[in-house]
Design a protein around this ligand. Structure first.
Ligand SMILES: C[S@@+](CC[C@H](N)C(=O)[O-])C[C@H]1O[C@@H](n2cnc3c(N)ncnc32)[C@H](O)[C@@H]1O
Ligand SMILES: [Zn+2]
Length: 267
């Protein structure tokens, strides 16, 4: 069990949760079950817009298969190298591939939060040395103030105030956004799109009231992808593909594909 304190997500509460057999309970007796896989669902019904918010089971399984192939290894290793020793929180952690790499890389305690039960269930099943909760990171990160030495958000959410609150005073924020040429060959072939709009400026703007940019770099690699890998990376990246786009996807064979991230480090 974690050494960090989780906080109650009932609106207006925010009190620390304490473990009681198979539950976490706050002093006002709000209680949350610990799932069989060991994660805790702290998502309040009013904090979700659908019955199954966040990434679907299909998208999560596709991302897991794609990441397990290892084509993104270079990106994962590069991002991991910016994670400090001590406790790390990965916001929008998905099925936990990055978080597990941070733990292997030397983070003493690894925590992941995601709004998707399918993602967290798969994450907790596989990465037994990491801790996972289901919660809406846009509203509240259910961890005590100053808990983390690093907070990361890898192609995921920005919540500047909560990143700042949960970071230790000399903590570091590591953000990765899709680079403008990420999957460009597939986006051209399937979606008829070119270069992506630059997401770096938007990220810096979303965070500038709380954080100062320290370091910025582009990371990219080219991978030879077979049909299954192409399907997996597209399904995990684009939730709203139309029938015509799915048909084009079905026809693609092997291709060289660019994987790219813009990395931003703040303090
Ligand atoms: C593009 S995926 C990235 C997953 C992972 N970071 C990775 O790079 O493999 C974005 C993730 O954010 C999650 N997400 C979306 N809205 C969220 C929210 N409000 N709070 C927490 N997670 C959220 C989705 O369920 C999904 O797992
Ligand atoms: Zn409570």
């Amino acid at each position: 069990m974690t050494r960090l304190t989780l906080l109650c997500t009932v609106r207006g509460c925010g009190e620390p949760l304490a473990r009681e057999t198979r539950q976490l309970v706050c002093p006002r007796r709000h209680a949350f079950d610990v799932a069989r896989r060991g994660y805790i669902n702290l998502l309040q019904p009013q904090d979700r817009r659908s019955r199954t918010p966040g990434d679907s089971k299909e998208a999560v399984a596709a991302r897991r298969r794609f990441l397990d192939r290892g084509d993104s290894r270079h990106l994962v290793e590069k991002i991991s190298s910016f994670v400090r020793e001590g406790a790390v929180l990965d916001v929008g952690c998905g099925e936990g591939h990055y978080l597990a790499a941070f733990r292997r890389g030397g983070a003493s305690e690894a925590h992941g939060v995601d709004i998707s039960v399918a993602a967290i269930d798969l994450a907790a099943r596989t990465h037994r040395d990491c801790h996972f909760v289901v919660a809406n990171a846009d509203r509240f990160l259910p961890y005590a103030t100053g808990s983390f030495h690093t907070v990361t958000s890898i192609t995921a959410r920005f919540n500047a105030k909560e990143f700042r609150r949960t970071l230790h005073p000399d903590g570091r924020l590591v953000i990765a956004v899709a680079g403008p040429d990420d999957l460009i060959e597939l986006r051209e072939a399937i979606l008829g799109e070119g270069t992506l709009a630059d997401r770096t400026e938007a990220a810096i703007r979303a965070l500038e009231n709380e954080f100062r940019l320290q370091h910025q770099e582009s990371i990219r690699t080219t991978a030879r992808l077979d049909h299954q890998a192409i399907e997996d990376v597209m399904i995990s990246s684009y939730r709203a593909m139309r029938t015509r786009e799915r048909e084009k996807l079905a026809l693609l064979g092997e291709m060289d594909v660019t994987l790219s991230r813009d990395l931003l480090v703040f303090n």
